[in-house]
Design a protein around this ligand. Structure first.
Ligand SMILES: [Zn+2]
Length: 507
C-alpha cells in the first residue's frame, strides 16, 4: 500500500470527529523548495483521508508575527537592515501591491503550492493572536513558566534562568521582538527589558516596561516562544495531524519540546507526526536566505507543476530528495513520470499508478509519449513546430528549452554551424564519399523514419561503420561527433545540408 494510504487508514481507526491537518512556515524571505515538500506531504494525507470518507480539513499557517532574524542576500541592506528583530508583518513589502513583507513572500509561496494542486485554508498567526484565542494559552504558559523551564532543562540538560519566561513582548518603543526579555509575571502583566545586546545581529533600545501580554483586535502584545507556541497553536485550533522537516523532528528537537509542553503543561494530545526528509538542491540544503537557485518559485521554472508534484509524491517521506538540474535528473524525472502514467493507464504497477494519480493537479492528464531527451534535441532544431504540436509537446517545450539553455551538459547542446566546421577537414576519404552519397538522394521526398534507415544502408553499401558514417554527418553540420537524430536534422534543412555535404566532401 502506498505510504499515504497506510497513514490515512491508521488515522481512520482513531475515529476522531475531525482530522485537522496543518502545516506552517515563517515567510522570512523567498521560501525554500524544502518547505514545499511539507505542503505536499500534508496535502496527500488530507486527500487520502477525504477519499476514505474521514471528515478532515487542511490549514496552512503563515507565522507572519515572527521576527526577521537575518537579512536575505537579495534584499537591499541599507533599506532593510533597520528592520532586523522586528515582526515580519510590521516590515514593508519589498514590492508594491502587498500590505507587508510577510504577505509578499507568503503569497509568492502560496502561488507555487496552488499551482501544484495544494489548496489549504490559509491562516495568519497575527489573526490568531488578534482573535484573543491565544490569550488563555499565554496565561497558562506564563503561570506554568517554572514547569516549562524544567522541560527545557530536562531536554537540553542545561540550567535555565529562573527569570526566564516563554513570552516575548513587541517593544512599544522600537517595535522589535527579538530583543525583549520578560523577567517577571504577576498574573496580569509582564515586566520586561528591550535588551541592547540580547542578540548579535541587531540592537535593542534599552526600554524597560510592564505590560499585558494579551492581544486583541486592536493589536498584538507579543508572542510565545516558538516551540511553546507550536504546542499552543495545536490546542487553540484543534490540530490532529502535523509533521515537520527532519531537523525539527529529530530527537531533542523542537517537536520533542512542543510535545512535552502538550503533555506536561497544556494537556493536549500531540498531533499525529509526519516527519519528512530534506529536499536538497545539488546535494545541499541551501537556505532560502542564500539567494537564487533553490526557492519554490524557481523550481516551477524548471519543472511543470505535475512533475514537481510527482517528484515529491514518488519519493518516500523518509528519503531525501536530491535534485540536481545540471545532471540527467530532469530528463530522468520526465521519463519516470511517463512510466508512472503508463502504469496508470495500462493498469500495470498499482503503487506506481497511485503515485501518478496523486501527482495530478486538477484532473488526470495523459503526458506526451516522446521522451524529454528527444524533445531537448527538437527544441534546438529550427522548424520543428509541426512535430512538437503533433506530439502535444507544447507544454513541455518551454521546460526543455530552459533545461538546454541553463542546465544541460554540453554534449546535449548543439547548433548547426553557419560556417563549415574546422573538424570536417579530418574526415576520411570514405566519410567524404558517404556525404556525397547522402547528398545525392536529398532531392527525393523522404519520410524521416525511412530516411534514417537509409542512412545506415548507404553506409553499409560502401563498407563504412555506422559510427563513422554518423560522425561524418554531425561533424560537417554541428562540428561534434554526436548529435540529435540525424534524419530529422538533415531533412529540415535539405538545401543547406546538401551544399554543406558537398563542401565538406571537397574540403
Ligand atoms: Zn526596544
Amino acid at each position: 500500500m502506498f505510504w499515504v494510504d497506510s497513514v490515512a487508514a491508521e488515522l481512520k481507526k482513531r475515529k476522531l470527529s475531525l482530522e485537522w491537518v496543518d502545516d506552517m512556515k515563517t515567510p522570512s524571505g523567498r521560501i525554500h523548495v524544502g518547505a514545499l515538500r511539507g505542503v505536499v506531504v500534508h496535502d496527500l494525507v488530507f486527500k487520502a483521508l477525504k477519499e476514505l470518507g474521514v471528515k478532515t480539513k487542511y490549514t496552512y499557517i503563515f507565522d507572519n508575527h515572527d521576527p526577521m532574524d537575518s537579512l536575505p542576500v537579495y534584499l537591499q541592506k541599507e533599506k532593510f537592515e533597520k528592520y532586523l528583530g522586528m515582526p515580519l508583518f510590521k516590515i514593508p513589502s519589498p514590492a508594491a501591491g502587498f500590505s507587508d513583507y510577510a504577505q509578499y513572500y507568503a503569497k509568492e509561496f502560496m502561488e507555487v503550492f496552488n499551482k501544484i494542486g495544494c489548496h489549504p485554508e490559509i491562516l495568519w498567526s497575527t489573526d490568531l493572536y488578534k482573535s484573543g484565542k491565544m490569550n488563555p494559552l499565554i496565561k497558562e504558559c506564563l503561570d506554568e513558566a517554572s514547569e516549562i523551564r524544567k522541560i527545557y532543562e530536562d531536554l537540553y540538560k542545561k540550567k535555565i534562568d529562573k527569570k526566564w519566561y516563554p513570552f516575548q513582548p513587541y517593544c512599544p518603543n522600537c517595535s522589535k521582538v527579538s530583543t525583549t526579555k520578560v523577567y517577571n509575571w504577576d498574573g496580569e502583566k509582564v515586566s520586561f527589558t528591550c535588551e541592547i545586546d540580547a542578540v548579535v545581529w541587531t540592537k535593542g533600545c534599552g526600554f524597560k516596561g510592564k505590560m499585558s501580554p494579551f492581544s486583541n483586535e486592536k493589536g498584538i502584545a507579543g508572542k510565545l516562544s516558538w516551540k511553546v507556541e507550536w504546542a499552543a497553536k495545536w490546542k487553540v485550533l484543534g490540530i490532529t495531524v502535523e509533521g515537520a522537516g527532519e531537523d525539527h523532528m529529530s530527537k531533542g528537537g523542537s517537536h520533542d519540546l512542543a510535545s512535552l509542553i502538550c503533555e506536561r503543561v497544556i494537556n493536549y494530545p500531540v498531533p499525529y507526526p509526519l516527519p519528512y526528509a530534506f529536499f536538497l538542491i545539488g546535494g545541499r540544503k541551501m537556505s532560502s536566505s542564500k539567494g537564487r537557485g533553490s526557492s519554490a518559485p524557481e523550481m516551477l521554472e524548471i519543472l511543470p507543476p505535475e512533475i514537481l508534484r510527482f517528484l515529491m509524491v514518488k519519493t518516500k517521506v523518509s528519503q531525501q530528495i536530491n535534485f540536481d538540474p545540471s545532471e540527467d535528473t530532469v530528463p530522468k524525472l520526465f521519463d519516470d513520470y511517463q512510466k508512472a502514467a503508463e502504469a496508470y493507464f495500462e493498469k500495470k504497477d498499482e503503487n506506481l499508478a497511485r503515485i501518478f494519480k496523486l501527482s495530478q493537479i486538477d484532473k488526470v492528464k495523459k503526458p506526451p509519449s516522446i521522451r524529454f531527451s528527444v524533445l531537448a534535441q527538437w527544441v534546438q532544431m529550427p522548424n520543428m513546430e509541426k512535430e512538437i504540436k503533433k506530439e502535444s509537446l507544447e507544454e513541455w517545450e518551454s521546460y526543455a528549452k530552459i533545461w538546454v539553455e541553463k542546465y544541460a551538459p554540453n554534449e546535449i547542446k548543439f547548433s548547426i554551424q553557419e560556417k563549415i566546421p574546422e573538424a570536417s577537414k579530418k574526415l576520411s576519404q570514405k566519410q567524404k564519399e558517404y556525404l556525397l552519397k547522402v547528398s545525392s538522394f536529398l532531392d527525393n521526398n523522404w519520410d524521416a523514419e525511412e530516411f534514417q534507415k537509409k542512412l545506415y544502408e548507404w553506409a553499409k553499401e560502401i563498407s563504412l561503420s555506422p559510427t563513422e558514417a554518423f560522425q561524418a554527418l554531425y561533424v560537417s553540420l554541428i562540428g561534434k561527433d554526436y548529435g540529435p537524430k540525424a534524419a530529422w536534422l538533415i531533412l529540415k534543412h535539405k538545401d543547406f545540408v546538401k551544399k554543406r555535404f558537398l563542401d565538406a566532401a571537397n574540403s
